[in-house]
Design a protein around this ligand. Structure first.
Ligand code: NAD
Length: 260
């Protein structure tokens, strides 16, 4: 019960990595606020309450300043503080060469993946500074560390998440607030299957095999394996860790060719 008495706010919590982390925080004692633009988050919060855990849902678009103020205020009004913030919501955009990407989807990817992370930091950091303690994990990706043909807007957005993370970490470290970046590799959620489907729709039927071949471990990570890193970074034993980038990628960035 590493998070007894603590408050955790998680964006993108209706599905995938955010949902798994919300369940992990709640089952380790935290009061959790699930934030998502997908109204299914209400049912996910209700399922946690049915387990006897403390969980609430608020619908919000992380790319809108008023919505971000809304979820931060909701957590503070209900529980008085925010100890852990998993700044996680993101979208993948289109899989196609850069010269075929369209401006509207580029803007949408930047709005959610970069502006959404920026606004979350902007509004949560003052709460944590008042408490003089807090831990933030921003979801980047291995696409923040290396390029990915066909995903230029997504890759650019995730590189930007590292820039936000490193700068914010330096600004608030002396006041007790830690900020780290999570870099998952391909993980078994809706997003990775959307990327596979998009690639297959353009004739690349071997996309899943090619993804797997580039992962030394030979498989996608599970959401639970990623949650383990998020909870570690938010826990008290990670007290000297800030400004870092943490891969959970089965060796993909260390050895991108996979195994022989
Ligand atoms: P997912 O699609 O299962 O979940 C993403 C969630 O974010 C959804 O619930 C969606 O409704 C929500 N969301 C999207 N835009 C939003 C907005 N504007 N406001 C509020 N909520 C919004 O995908 P996932 O795999 O769980 O992705 C979570 C994060 O992990 C993303 O930032 C993604 O880029 C990152 N990531 C995923 C993988 C992977 O392979 N799955 C790998 C690296 C990084």
């Amino acid at each position: 019960m590493r998070f007894s008495g603590k408050v955790a706010v998680i964006t993108g919590a209706a599905n995938g990595l955010g949902l798994d982390a919300a369940q992990g925080f709640a089952r380790e004692g935290a009061k959790v606020l699930l934030v998502d633009r997908d109204a299914d988050g209400e049912a996910q919060a209700a399922a946690l309450r049915a387990e006897g855990l403390e969980a609430q849902f608020i619908a919000a678009d992380v790319s809108r300043d008023a919505d971000v103020r809304g979820y931060v205020d909701a957590a503070v009004q209900r529980w008085g503080r925010i100890d852990c913030f998993f700044n996680n919501a993101g979208i993948e955009g289109h899989v196609r060469p850069l010269h075929e990407q369209d401006e509207a989807m580029f803007d949408a990817v930047m709005a959610v993946n970069v502006k959404g992370v920026f606004l979350g930091l902007k509004h949560v950091i003052p709460v944590m500074l008042r408490q003089a303690v807090g831990s933030i994990v921003n979801t980047a990706s291995t696409a923040a560390l290396v390029g990915s043909a066909g995903l230029a807007p997504y890759v650019a957005s995730k590189h930007a998440v590292l820039g936000l993370t490193k700068s914010a970490a330096g600004e608030v470290a002396r006041q007790g607030v830690r900020v780290n970046a999570l870099c998952p590799g391909p993980t078994d959620t809706r997003m990775i299957h959307s990327l596979e489907d998009q690639a297959m729709a353009s004739g690349r039927n071997d996309v899943a095999e090619r993804y797997m071949a580039a992962i030394p471990l030979g498989r996608y990570a599970t959401p639970a394996e990623v949650t383990a890193m998020v909870l570690f970074l938010c826990s008290d034993v990670a007290s000297a860790i800030t400004g870092g980038q943490f891969q959970v990628d089965g060796g993909r960035t260390a050895c991108p060719g996979g195994s022989a």
